[in-house]
Design a protein around this ligand. Structure first.
Ligand SMILES: Nc1ncnc2c1ncn2[C@@H]1O[C@H](COP(=O)(O)OP(=O)(O)OP(=O)(O)O)[C@@H](O)[C@H]1O
Ligand SMILES: NC(=O)c1ccc[n+]([C@@H]2O[C@H](COP(=O)(O)O)[C@@H](O)[C@H]2O)c1
Length: 252
């Protein structure tokens, strides 16, 4: 069953970005194409606003610069600065709607499509909010996430039921497995996820890789080597700017 044109959107801190943050786009794209579940026409990395306030969240300008460095070799994944430019934290549902509306308003041409970066910088008030599911040629923005983010749906008070209904019902999500997670069981045990299970694409990552931003930050602040866990340019950027307690003169 084809679901038409899809843009994958990953939200998170990306503080700093790791290879796995980008690898999950490739794994998801291959899976969706191999099963004919849709046509991936783009990928968006949407870093969270500074006001999200998570521990070790460095300023958005640094996180965006690092994501750009890590994405230099990608032809289809782009960073969106939009969330970071709002006056505060934006709920994921609103961000997905904004990006979907923007893409569909600006771009109803044949794939491969992509938008110039400046289109992603428009304010939400400028958007036509009635665009969702209006045209069969429209792009659907789906949330791309690891199984831990899916499991956060059950954290009391973190996600509203309305938002989950919209994300699952109108957009859909693509979940990449992580070590120790059982997303299939998690979906079965959640009434909300079970109701919308046909809009949840579960992707098994057989090449398990548990690199995380936490692991990278630990290595960097201890001035140990973080090489081959993220792009060399990201590591250099971290050291040059002495982020996460790292030192500028370390070369490994
Ligand atoms: N190793 C991984 N495998 C699958 N998904 C991952 C992996 N690392 C991160 N992700 C996913 O990337 C997205 C962004 O995550 P986030 O920025 O919180 O990264 P993180 O590395 O888990 O961060 P931190 O260690 O700071 O909590 C989330 O959907 C998360 O599930
Ligand atoms: N209600 C919501 O929309 C909601 C709740 C919690 C986290 N999130 C998003 O999930 C991501 C979580 O990132 P971390 O895993 O780095 O904390 C962020 O992009 C954040 O905005 C959204």
């Amino acid at each position: 069953m084809s679901q038409g044109k899809i843009v994958l959107m990953a939200c998170g801190s990306f503080s700093p970005p790791t290879y796995m943050h980008l690898r999950m786009f490739e794994i998801a794209k291959d899976y969706i194409h191999s099963l004919g579940l849709g046509v991936i026409v783009g990928g968006i990395v949407s870093p969270v606003h500074d006001a999200y306030g998570k521990k070790d969240l460095v300023a958005a300008n640094h996180r965006i610069a690092m994501i750009r460095l890590a994405l230099r070799s990608s032809s289809w994944i782009k960073v969106s600065e939009w969330e970071t430019q709002q006056s505060g934290w934006t709920r994921t549902r609103a961000s997905m709607q904004y990006h979907q509306n923007t893409i569909n308003t600006a771009n109803n041409t044949d794939p491969p499509i992509w938008l110039p970066d400046d289109i992603l910088n428009v304010k939400i008030e400028d958007q036509n909010s009635n665009h969702i599911n209006g045209n069969s040629e429209d792009v659907t923005v789906k949330l791309l996430c690891g199984a831990d983010l899916l499991e956060s749906f059950a954290t009391p008070g973190l996600w509203s039921d309305d938002d989950l209904e919209a994300i699952l019902g109108r957009h859909g999500i693509v979940v990449v497995s992580r070590a120790g997670s059982d997303p299939g069981r998690f979906i079965y045990e959640s009434d909300m996820l079970y109701k919308y299970r046909k809009n949840v694409i579960l992707v098994t990552n057989y090449i398990v890789n548990e690199v995380s931003s936490t692991v990278l930050r630990r290595l960097l602040r201890r001035n140990e080597s973080a090489k081959y866990l993220t792009d060399d340019n990201v590591i250099s950027y971290v050291r040059q700017n002495q982020l996460y307690g790292s030192k500028a003169n370390v070369t490994k």
